[in-house]
Each structure stands twice: as structure tokens, then as C-alpha cells.
Design a protein around this ligand. Structure first.
Ligand code: C5P
Ligand code: ZN
Length: 493
């Protein structure tokens, strides 16, 4: 059957749940439209990662078209003190993007008298009364893979803006930033439908083949050296090693006219040879066989972008936004999501390269200082103290969890300390371990687990089944680790 939403060209496979979701989107769009008639200004609160920044770009485009004043605040996580702080700000309405669902009761209580929209894909708490929420979990979908926060935002605003399809690539950038294409390197669920629709409208090209970072643009040795997922020990972060590997397996770095070859230029046979060499490299480090298919999937090219820019390849675009957020410059990321190029793009590119360098250093630090410790049969803890920036810990833990270095079915938890006002807080990132290219069937929901344990130590936490985060006062670190250990071993015994 056809979805009723007038902008949708796609067919529905599970009508009940999907129709329910589209109804929620339509209701929220209607209320947003009414709100736009009656207010002058919006406060937009978003998550400081690529998905959140892409979501903010989409929402801000819509606000620009409606000539509204707005301020965007990007934050690591939402807590009651932040809600108290924004309560006093003079904005007529508030939109929480890519976050907020876990704090519905607190939002209802602290912000009772303004129009509030929560467009999120993280697990929800409570039931909204005056808050207008769109969240896939409310319709029975898993927000982990099915839809990004930017895509929820895109669907909600697209009937309120002219030519909405031009913003669809940002929804895809958000999904890729949240690794929703993993482990098969292909988007699924509603993300996939949005991608196909954007391709049909000419805003996106979906290209099957080997998936390496900077597929459409970077010289092949640079692209291979930039690969962090899967993390290829001895190659990731080392361009000379990547060049040597390519030469050894007979892949030419330049074409007949001396121009650098890009991964997109490799023949199917060359792609296969490269994937085999990378798989062998991982297997030789971890002792576990790696399927070559882990390196294949779909590349997403944004047709309106300049092919020389990092915004051309949607994966690189998301990495760019992520680096802006993690580098404390989400303003630059938002400017780019809003269409700014030139100086902003140069600065973002610099941040991205710096970010990748810092990640490579953090990975070496963990290895060289033996920071990763097995605490119990299924739990590995990386207690980085203040040696690793709290904004880097999630990327580092994500890379390690897919590196093949930990046994499957275990969980890696990274902790980094940071100062916030007068307090020392701990930022936690937890990931289910998965073999490169393999889907995880989590036996416990990490997001709920961290949410409950963080609450027990006076902090906040949440997230998805296989990837979650938390933060709390550093005085409770040992108690937190012990609670995580107990809960994980009970659930996985
Ligand atoms: O911070 P990190 O990337 O490790 O978080 C993993 C997932 O958990 C993200 O989707 C993030 O939005 C979510 N999260 C959350 N609440 C927190 C911290 C993280 O929902 N307090
Ligand atoms: Zn997200």
C-alpha cells in the first residue's frame, strides 16, 4: 500500500507500524506548522555529533525559509541543569533534535509553557503530554538502524519547506554519522527509503563497491590509510604502510596520465584484491577470520556538491561534521550543513584531519600504555583518566569494538574524565563488540543498562542497544564500573 504522506514515493512493507510512524510525523508537522504561524523565535537544541548537526542544519533551513529567529545550542547530553538554564532564555518555542526523548518527563516539568518539539531516535521515557515528539520507538521501530535523528527531523519538516528533497542528503549524512549503515555498509529501513527517494530525485547517487573513507575523492593510498572501520592494524593511520600494501598487491596508485587513482576508480577485481589483503591483515592480528564482504557496501554521493570537496561523499561529509562537533566547533559544522562552503569548509577540513590524528594518537596511547583491561569475562574497560579528551572517547571505543581485537559478545567501556564548572565528570562510551562486517544480536540493551546505572550514581546515560553513553561525577567511577560488571555478567552469563 502507499503511504499517505504526499511527499512519499515509497511503498510500505509493514503497514501498521510504518503507518503509525507516518501518522506521528504528520501530526507533528501539523503542530509545527501552527507553531510557525504564532511564534517569532526558536531555540534549537541538538546533539553535538554529525547526526545532531545535520538535524540542526535541516531544521534551521526550514526556520530560515519561514524567516524565524533562532539560536542553535549543541550539547553532549541533556540534563536537568541544562533544561533549567534554557528555561530562562527568551525564545518562543524549543526544538530538541537527535536528543530529548530520554528526558520527556523532565522537559514536561521544567518547560511546561512553551511549544516544545522533540525529534529524536533514541529510546524514549515517559509519555509526552504537551511536548510533541516524533520517535521511531513510539511506533515499534528500532532507532538504532531504522532512522537517524536527522532523518526524523527531515520527515517532520519536509511538508513545511519548498523543494525538500535537497535536504534528504543531510538525513543520510546523519544516518552515516550514527553508523546506521553498519555492519553491512548499507542503510536500512526508513533511511534506505529516504536515500532511494533522494536518488530518484537526482540528489544522491548510490554506488555499490568497496567502502573506504573518501571513496570518491581521495587518492587510494590516502583513503586506505584513513580507514578506521574496520580498523586495520598496521595500515590505519599509516599512509606509507597503505602505499606499500597497495603496491605489493599490484594496485597502481596513479593512472596512465599520472593522475592519482581514487578507490572509485578501482576495477571490481582490484577492489576484491584490496578487500582480501585488508581482511588478511586484520585476521593476522586478531587470529579471527574476517569476511572480505566486510569491506563492501554502498557509497553515497551527494550530486549537488563539488566532487573535489569532502562534502561530496556522504561518509566523508558526516566525518567532517563529527570532527567539527568533537573539536568544539559545531558552529562551523552547522554553517556547512546550512550550505556555507569556502572558509568554513577549509576550517572543517582542518578539524577533520586534526581529529583523525588525535584518534590515531589515542589508539596508540591505549595500546602502548595497556589502558584496556579485562574486568570480567564479558567486560573490557579503558579507563583513560584525563589522558584522552572526553569528546574523543566514543570514536575511539567505536573503532576498537570493531577492530577484531576483542572476543565477540563482549562489551568495551571507555571512560574519560573532564572538568565541567567546578566538577570533575566522567564521560562513558560503551559498545558491543562485533566482528568486522558482522551484525550483532545484543543480549542486553546497553542504552537502558547505562541509563539505569548512571541514574543510580546521580548521572545521566542512555543510547542504543549496541552503543550507549553516560556521564556522572568522577567520585562514583569505581561504583559505576562495578555496577556495569555485575549487570553485564548477570545478563550474559
Ligand atoms: O557518546 P556516545 O557516542 O558513546 O553515545 C552512544 C549513543 O548513546 C549515542 O547515540 C548517544 O546519543 C547516546 N547517549 C545517550 N545519553 C547519554 C550519552 C549518550 O542517549 N547520556
Ligand atoms: Zn543520532
Amino acid at each position: 500500500m502507499e503511504v499517505r504522506n504526499s511527499h512519499s514515493l515509497v511503498r510500505v512493507d509493514t503497514p501498521d507500524r510504518e503507518e503509525l510512524f507516518h501518522q506521528a510525523v504528520e501530526i507533528a508537522s501539523g503542530k509545527l506548522k501552527d507553531t510557525l504561524f504564532s511564534v517569532n523565535s526558536f531555540l534549537v537544541v541538538t546533539h553535538v555529533d554529525a547526526d545532531g548537526i545535520a538535524a540542526a542544519g535541516i531544521f534551521a533551513k526550514m526556520l530560515e525559509e519561514h524567516r524565524k529567529f533562532f539560536l542553535i545550542r549543541s550539547i553532549l547530553s541533556l540534563d536537568t541543569s541544562f533544561l533549567e538554564e534554557i528555561k530562562t532564555l527568551p525564545y518562543d518555542a524549543i526544538a530538541f533534535l537527535d536528543l530529548g526523548s530520554a528526558m520527556i518527563p523532565e522537559i514536561e516539568e521544567i518547560l511546561p509553557d512553551k511549544p516544545v518539539f522533540v525529534l529524536d531516535h533514541h529510546a524514549s521515557r515517559g509519555s509526552p503530554k504537551h511536548v510533541v515528539e516524533v520517535n521511531p520507538y513510539r511506533s515499534g521501530f528500532d532507532g538504532d538502524k531504522w532512522i537517524s535523528g536527522a532523518a526524523v527531523t527531515y520527515l517532520t519538516i519536509r511538508s513545511l519547506i519548498s523543494n525538500p528533497y535537497r535536504l534528504a542528503p543531510l538525513a543520510i549524512v546523519g544516518a552515516l554519522g550514527d553508523l546506521q549503515d553498519r555492519p553491512i555498509n548499507k542503510l536500512q529501513g526508513m533511511n534506505r527509503k529516504i536515500a532511494k527517494e533522494a536518488a530518484l530525485k537526482g540528489y544522491l547517487k548510490i554506488c555499490e563497491g568497496i567502502v573506504v573513507f573518501g571513496w570518491a575523492r581521495r587518492p587510494v593510498e590516502k583513503a586506505v590509510a584513513c580507514m578506521f572501520s574496520p580498523y586495520v592494524p598496521g595500515i590505519s593511520g599509516d599512509e606509507t604502510a597503505a602505499s606499500n600494501l597497495l603496491i605489493r598487491i599490484g594496485i597502481r596508485l596513479v593512472d596512465d596520465s599520472g593522475r592519482p587513482r581514487r578507490p572509485a576508480d578501482l576495477s571490481p577485481v582490484e577492489q576484491q584484491v584490496l578487500a582480501r589483503a585488508l581482511a588478511e591483515k586484520i585476521a593476522s592480528m586478531s587470529g579471527q577470520p574476517v569476511d572480505e564482504s566486510a569491506f563492501f557496501g554502498e557509497n553515497y554521493v551527494i550530486t549537488e556538491e563539488n566532487p573535489q570537496d569532502p562534502t561530496y561523499d556522504a561518509r566523508e561529509f558526516s566525518s567532517l561534521l563529527n570532527a567539527c562537533g568533537k573539536g568544539g566547533r559545531s558552529d562551523i559544522g552547522i554553517a556547512i550543513a546550512l550550505g556555507d562552503r569556502g572558509r568554513s569548509l577549509e576550517e572543517a577540513y582542518r578539524l577533520m584531519e586534526q581529529h583523525r590524528q588525535r584518534i590515531a594518537s589515542a589508539l596508540s596511547l591505549i595500546t602502548n600504555q595497556g589502558l584496556s583491561r579485562q574486568i570480567s569475562p564479558h567486560l573490557y574497560v579503558i579507563d583513560a583518566g584525563n589522558l584522552i579528551d572526553e569528546r574523543l572517547i566514543s570514536s575511539v571505543v567505536s573503532i576498537l569494538a570493531t577492530s577484531g581485537l576483542y572476543p565477540k559478545d563482549s562489551i568495551v567501556v571507555g571512560l574519560a574524565e573532564y572538568k565541567y564548572r567546578d566538577q570533575v565528570l566522567v564521560k562513558v562510551s560503551a559498545r558491543y563488540v562485533s566482528a568486522p562486517g558482522k551484525m550483532v544480536q545484543p543480549k542486553l540493551h546497553l542504552g537502558r543498562l547505562l541509563g539505569e546505572i548512571a541514574e543510580a550514581v546521580g548521572g545521566v546515560g542512555g543510547g542504543h542497544g549496541v552503543a550507549a553513553g553516560a556521564s556522572f561525577d568522577s567520585g562514583h567511577k569505581q561504583k559505576f564500573i562495578e555496577l556495569v560488571r555485575q549487570r553485564i555478567e548477570t545478563a550474559l552469563a
